[in-house]
Design a protein around this ligand. Structure first.
Ligand SMILES: Nc1ncnc2c1ncn2[C@@H]1O[C@H](COP(=O)(O)OP(=O)(O)OP(=O)(O)O)[C@@H](O)[C@H]1O
Length: 588
């Protein structure tokens, strides 16, 4: 890895510092505790040396109890400090993880729809969950042990050199290659381990898809095709797992062999030294004990460096999302909607281009939706209807031109004011696993039951909600799966009208419904649209019938505006479009 890249990786980790600041005393305390425990561990061999070269050599047991007591005290302190480290670090590491996760979540809420269109939800989920746990583990363990184990290794080698340069040199000769080998193999292992996780994820997706899509697969007789895909993926995963085991086998062979060779060499040179009188037994035993103590710090360095690598990758993935620009923001000097506003909605010379697209999706749209009027937006698929409606609540911003409500550019309003004035319902009603009340209020504060009931009444949903086992308190499952399509749509409409918005933007609420349910929702829509300015994307002639006027979009431009009957009588393109809508309706 080149130096510049290394530098960037260190930088992404350093960007965590502001999150660590509030917990720095506990982190430092934890590092000091673990350092203290290592010092205790390294001091014990020195007392063994004193025992062997003192009382044992002199055959004098008098100082023995004190020295043994010192070993016991040092041993217990080592254990207690280890415990203290763990206690000190648990809270800060989870606190940092929670703060990072909260900031990520808030950022995701504020990022524009264009961002969410580009990113797979699985990617965001894995960053919010597994990458942040990797970081927590690194903060709680990796970074502290990387520092402390390096210091212990250096201190241990220094002790060995002081005891006997020969023993020090032997340990150094065995330790250096071990650190190198483990660093190299750990990074190989971490690449393989990432690959096997990805492959296991792909395998799980194949299983999930084949279970969810079992009807389609059976109906089309494609079970065999998927089984072959599964077998190929499982084979790849097995290959990676075997590769992982081969890498681990080499690594562990080195981890076991090199220190044992070192101890063999120490025994050879040390025992010769003892026989020749150039080394005491105490020095030899203490040297071997220190060398044995250094095994964990030595073996772990490669693994801790790999953990650092993983943490830097997790961090990079985290900042990638956090650095994504929030392009839709409130204005520095917001304006207010006029108090006597009537809810007129205008598009003036609106252009819009999706980020990265080569041409504009909307190319100069002018449209005036009068107060209280409902305009149905029709056009061939891909003509830009949904895109145009997204500009009103600022799910995206115009590239040129402007959208105004009562003469005020929507970009001059605070996002809160704008989203109080404009309510939206989408073609696919999204409901959350919560009660009916919570789904309708959707986090709006100070909403009374009477208001929720009124919204349900307007959306013709009160009757069926009252028949649910716990009325407003009935929890509806994820995506409202326990409700019918028409019921879900009516709840989404109730949500839209709850705050009595001045402007309603609806993406055809009738399009995904069967004929019977459509009638129920159509009834609801009539009631919802009565007193509000509305722009409704229409995919069906039945939706068009609900509107006062119709605007026809073609290739990102409005090509005709007028009453349905007028357009039907005089506009050839409109008649052609309606006949395709009719055909689609018959075929659904
Ligand atoms: N996130 C996006 N990034 C790039 N291009 C997009 C994006 N979303 C839509 N488009 C493109 O913009 C054009 C207009 O799409 P839009 O969804 O507004 O059409 P529509 O008229 O609502 O179509 P439909 O009737 O099928 O819903 C299409 O060509 C589409 O491919």
């Amino acid at each position: 890895m080149d130096t510049e890249r290394q530098g960037t990786r260190v930088w992404v980790l350093l960007r965590l510092l502001p999150y660590l600041r509030p917990v720095r005393s506990r982190m430092i305390g934890s590092a000091v505790a673990v350092l203290g425990s290592m010092v205790c561990g390294l001091t014990i061999p020195l007392i063994i040396l004193r025992i062997l070269d003192g009382p044992v050599a002199a055959r004098d047991t008098a100082p023995l109890p004190w020295l043994v007591l010192a070993v016991a005290v040092l041993g217990s302190t080592e254990a207690i400090l280890f415990y203290v480290r763990r206690r000190l670090i648990v809270r800060p590491s989870t606190q940092v993880e929670a703060a990072l996760r909260m900031d990520l979540y808030q950022h995701l809420q504020r990022l524009p729809i264009a961002f969410h269109d580009r990113w797979q939800s699985g990617q965001l989920l894995s960053r919010a969950v597994s990458d942040l746990s990797t970081l927590r583990r690194y903060i709680a363990f990796g970074v502290i042990f990387l520092v402390v184990n390096t210091l212990t290794l250096l201190a241990g080698l220094a002790v060995l050199f002081v005891l006997s340069p020969t023993l020090g040199l032997i340990t150094l000769v065995c330790t250096a290659p071990l650190v190198l080998i483990s660093t190299q193999y750990e990074s190989k292992y971490s690449v393989l381990s990432r690959r096997s996780q990805d492959q296991a994820g792909d395998l799980a997706t194949t299983v999930e898809e084949s279970v969810l899509g079992i009807r389609v697969l059976k109906a089309f007789g494609r079970g065999r095709h998927l089984a072959e895909r599964f077998a190929a993926e499982a084979k790849e995963l097995r290959k990676t797992e075997l590769h992982k085991i081969r890498v681990l086998a080499v690594l562990w062979a080195a981890i076991i062999m090199l220190p044992e060779l070192g101890i063999g060499a120490m025994l050879l040179f040390g025992a010769t030294g003892v026989v020749e009188g150039s080394m005491t037994v105490g020095t030899l035993v203490a040297g071997i004990t220190v060398a044995t103590y250094l095994r964990w710090p030595t073996d772990s360095i490669g693994w801790l460096l790999a953990e650092t690598n993983d943490a830097a990758t997790a961090c990079e993935r985290y900042w990638e999302v956090r650095d994504a620009e929030i392009s839709v923001t409130g204005p520095a000097e917001p304006k207010r909607l006029p108090a006597d506003g009537v809810g007129s909605l205008r598009f003036e010379g609106v252009h819009f281009r999706y980020p990265g697209a080569e041409r504009d999706t909307l190319r100069g749209v002018d449209l005036d939706v009068r107060p209280g009027e409902t305009i149905a937006l029709v056009g061939a698929t891909g003509s830009g209807k949904t895109t145009l409606t997204a500009l009103v609540p600022r799910l995206a911003d115009v590239t040129a031109g402007r959208v105004t409500i009562d003469g005020v550019d929507v970009r001059d309003l605070t996002l809160d004011d704008l989203r109080t004035a404009v309510a939206t319902a989408f073609e696919e009603p999204v409901l959350f696993s919560a009660s009916v009340r919570e789904n309708v209020a959707l986090g709006a504060e100070d909403v009374t039951d009477a208001q929720v009931r009124e919204a349900l009444r307007i959306a013709q949903a009160e009757e069926f909600v009252d028949k649910l086992p716990w009325g407003l308190d009935t929890r509806i499952g994820e995506q409202g799966l326990s409700l019918s399509g028409g019921q879900r749509q009516r709840l989404a409409l109730a949500r839209a009208v709850l705050g009595k918005p001045q402007v309603l933007v609806l993406d055809d609420p009738l399009s995904a419904l069967d004929v019977h349910t459509e009638a129920e929702v159509e009834h609801a829509l009539r009631s919802v649209l009565k007193d509000v300015t509305a722009l409704v994307v229409a995919h069906r002639p039945s939706t068009v019938q609900l509107a006062d006027r119709v605007a026809m979009l073609d290739g990102g431009r409005i090509i005709a505006v007028g009453q349905h009957s007028e357009l039907l009588a005089h506009n050839e393109d409109y008649r052609a479009l309606l006949s395709t809508m009719d055909r689609e309706e018959v075929s659904t």
